[in-house]
Design a protein. Structure first.
Length: 348
């Protein structure tokens, strides 16, 4: 008869299983592994309270970058469209939201009442998304539609289109920087356990998480997402079944532009200043996030944005001179490890 397993061997089995899962983590869940490494290492290089504040601030920054990057990732992942005019839509959204907040609803924004502030903030964000989406509809019909399926032409025409949009911004709003003070309800910080956490950054994290969950649900769990992904693979097959794929693509493109506009409006309030070419400046982070996460992957885009936000603030605190190149260095390191990105898209 075989001997019964000893208590020591029974205890070793779970430990062995845990070690095996940890060893497999870099290959099976590279996004979780890298996020954990990036977040844990700085704990040993700075005070605990400083690490916590920087982590929350980095997540807030990442949430706003995700809003801007998700629109471009959406159009590429679902439509195979490289829209390098995405930065122009970020700027348009920032100016539209600021116009609503600073000029149309300034009385509500300056009120000490939270309810009055919400009356100003919500319409400002909706206006930013709506204006960017309407401009996206025009842009898709005039610029994108003739070059579907040709990435080289898409790059050329969208770069040209972005120049036109930036010029229109200067014609309408001028070329001067516009200050965008935050409403009273979003100023200051909440003190939790002796640590001050900015209210606006908490709002950015919550909104970013909500939109991430919503995007995943639409793309992965609804008929709309399935139809659009199928339309990329075989447009004729989808149209044979009676669906107008052109309208679906138009809706996706407008939605991507709306996300860019919303992200631009939030970034303007984050910096409390907007400029004409702020979208172009942010495009570096947007492109890094999209490549880092995996081209066209919404999940990868989200984790890539969180990584960019955290690395930017950690490095900026530890060695400010390296902050400008930290995110690009992160992208290069990830691509050397996983050329396909953290979470590559699996085509249907």
């Amino acid at each position: 008869m075989s001997a019964a397993p000893t208590s020591s061997s029974q205890a070793a089995a779970p430990r062995t299983g845990l070690l095996a899962r940890l060893r497999a983590l870099p290959e099976e869940r590279p996004h979780v592994f890298l996020l954990a490494v990036v977040a844990i290492v700085p704990i040993f290089l700075m005070p605990w309270s400083t690490w916590l504040v920087l982590t929350l601030s980095g997540l807030a920054m990442g949430a706003m970058v995700f809003l801007m990057a998700s629109g471009m990732s959406l159009t590429f992942g679902l439509m195979s469209v490289l829209n390098l005019a995405h930065g122009a839509f970020i700027s348009v959204g920032a100016f539209a939201g600021a116009s609503m907040l600073v000029y149309a609803l300034s009385g509500y924004a300056q009120s000490p009442s939270l309810a009055a502030n919400l009356v100003a903030i919500v319409p400002a964000f909706l206006a930013a998304a709506a204006v960017a989406a309407l401009l996206g509809v025009v842009f898709e019909r005039l610029v994108i539609r003739p070059v579907y399926g040709d990435h080289l032409k898409q790059i050329l025409v969208t770069v040209g289109g972005s120049i036109v949009i930036f010029e229109l911004i200067e014609v309408i709003w001028g070329h001067h920087d516009i200050p965008v003070p935050r409403p009273e309800a979003l100023r200051g910080a909440l003190v939790i356990g002796g640590i001050a956490i900015e209210k606006y950054r908490l709002l950015a994290v919550v909104l970013g998480l909500a939109l991430y969950a919503g995007l995943l649900w639409v793309i992965e769990r609804t008929r709309l997402g399935i139809l659009i992904r199928a339309g990329v693979e075989s447009r004729e097959m989808v149209e044979i079944h009676g669906y107008r794929i052109g309208l679906l693509f138009l809706a996706v493109f407008a939605g991507g532009c709306a996300l860019a506009g919303l992200g631009g409006a939030m970034w303007g309030l984050y910096r409390e200043m907007i400029t004409t070419h702020m979208g172009d400046e942010l495009m570096i982070s947007v492109i890094v996030v999209i490549i880092l996460g995996g081209l066209g992957s919404i999940r990868g885009c989200f984790y890539g944005a969180m990584l960019v936000g955290l690395v930017n603030l950690y490095v900026g605190f530890l060695e400010p001179r390296l902050a400008a190149v930290a995110t690009v260095g992160l992208m290069v390191a990830v691509l050397m490890w996983r050329p396909q990105g953290l979470i590559p898209v699996i085509k249907v």
